[in-house]
Write a protein that binds this ligand. Sequence first.
Ligand SMILES: NC(=O)c1ccc[n+]([C@@H]2O[C@H](COP(=O)([O-])OP(=O)(O)OC[C@H]3O[C@@H](n4cnc5c(N)ncnc54)[C@H](O)[C@@H]3O)[C@@H](O)[C@H]2O)c1
Length: 416
Amino acid sequence: MSNERIRTGIVGCGVVATAYYLPYLMDMEAVEITAVCDLNPRRAAECKRLFAAERAFTDYYEMLDGVELDAVFILTGPGTHARFALEAVSRGKHVLLQKPMATSLEDAHAITNAVREAGVVALIEPSSGTVLDPDFREMKRLVDSGALGDPYWFCHIPLGPDHYHPALSGNPYGVGTFYSAESGGMVFDYPYGPTQIVSLLGDCKSVSGMAKVSVPDRSVVPDSVYDEYLERATDPHATNYWDVVVKAPRTRKVTMEAPDNAFSVYEMANGALGVYHVGRLFHPMPKGGAIGGGLEIYGTEGNLIMGRTVHAASIVSARKELLPSVDEDGWHHIPKRGDYSKAKWPQPVPGAFTYYHESTAHFVDCIRENRDPIPNVEWGRHITEMMYGVLESSRTGRRYDMTTTITGLAEGRERK
Ligand SMILES: NC(=O)c1ccc[n+]([C@@H]2O[C@H](COP(=O)([O-])OP(=O)(O)OC[C@H]3O[C@@H](n4cnc5c(N)ncnc54)[C@H](O)[C@@H]3O)[C@@H](O)[C@H]2O)c1
C-alpha cells in the first residue's frame, strides 16, 4: 500500500473504543478516522466530536456503503464479530477484530477462509500474551531454551490478590456485550488464558471442560451513565470510562445467559496437561498473599510463574546457566514493562507494552508492508477452538479433540 493515510472506520463506540483505540488512532500520522459507527446515536455522535471523525453512522452496512475505507476496527460485542468481519472482508477491507474472533468454530473457519481468499490483513485480538509483547518474547525464549526442561503441567486459575478488581464480579456494564446468550459468556470474554498457554507451549491437542451459569442474577451500571459520561467529556485523551464505571452504582438487574464458571483441562501437543478456569470473584483476596494467580508452568528442570503486580514472570531452573540473572533464591525475574489493563495514551511508562496500541501499530505496519500479523486468523481460530471446545466438551460430556493448529488444520482430523 502507498504512504497515503489509512482510511479507517470504527464500529462500536463503547468502552474499549474510547478508552484505548480512538485516542491512539487520532494521534497516528498513518491513519485517519474516516467514520465511527454505533447503534446508539449518542455514542456515535460523541465519538465523532471527541475524536474528530469525519462521519458518524448508526448502521454498519451504511457506513461501509457510505464512505471509502481501507480498514475497519470491529469493537462491538462478540455476537456481531463474525458477521461484521465477513462483510468487511468481502468488500476487501483490512480488519482488526476484537476478541473473541468468533463464538463458534464454524464462524472462525469462515473468517479464516474469507481472509485468505481476499488477501486482506486481519489481526485478531488480543495481542497481549503473544510474542508481540516483549515480556512474552523473553518468557518464550527461556522456555524454548530448555530452562523448564520438559514443561509437563500448568495451571491458570486467576484468583491471586492482584486479580481482584471492583468489577470482577462481572463486567460492570455491557448487557448485550458480556451477558447475552450470543456473547458466549465468560469463556469467550477470556481468550487471554488460552493465548498465553499457546504462546508458551504451542498447539493444543484436546480439551475437556465443564461450564455452567452459576450466578444468573447480577447487576450492572445502566448504559445511560456511559452516554452521559461521553457527552460531558472534552479531552479525547481522558476518556477511560473504566475508571468511572467501577465506582458507579450497579442499579440495573441483568441475567447472565451464558456460562460464568468454566473449567478446562487442556492437553497440549507437546504432552503437557493443564487446567484453566474462567469466572469472577465477588470478594477480594488477602493482600500480600501468593504472587501467582497467572499462568504457572511446571517442568522437569524448572518452574515459570506469571504474576502481574511486581514481575511479568519469575523463573527458577536447575540449569542456572540458561537464566540471565538470578536472585538469592535462584529465581530470575522478568520485569513488568507494560500495564495493559490501564493502557492509556500517551503511555504513562515510556516504552511500556500496551495491548491496544501495540496491536494498532502492528496492524498498520502489516497493512503498509503487506505482512501477516503475528496474531493472525489461523492463530485466532486455534484460540477460538480452545474456547469452543470447552463448551462442546461440557455439552457432550466427552473430550473434545482439536481440529486446528496454530498454523492451519490438524492432520488426520476431520475439519468441522
Ligand atoms: N472493555 C474492555 O476493557 C475490553 C478489553 C478488551 C477487549 N474488549 C472487547 O471489545 C469489545 C467491546 O467491548 P466494550 O467493553 O467496548 O463493550 P461496550 O458494550 O462498551 O461497547 C460495545 C458497543 O457496540 C455497540 N453495538 C452493539 N451492536 C452494534 C451493532 N450491531 N452496530 C453498531 N454498534 C453496535 C454498542 O452500542 C456499544 O456501544 C468486546 O468484544 C470485548 O470483548 C473489551
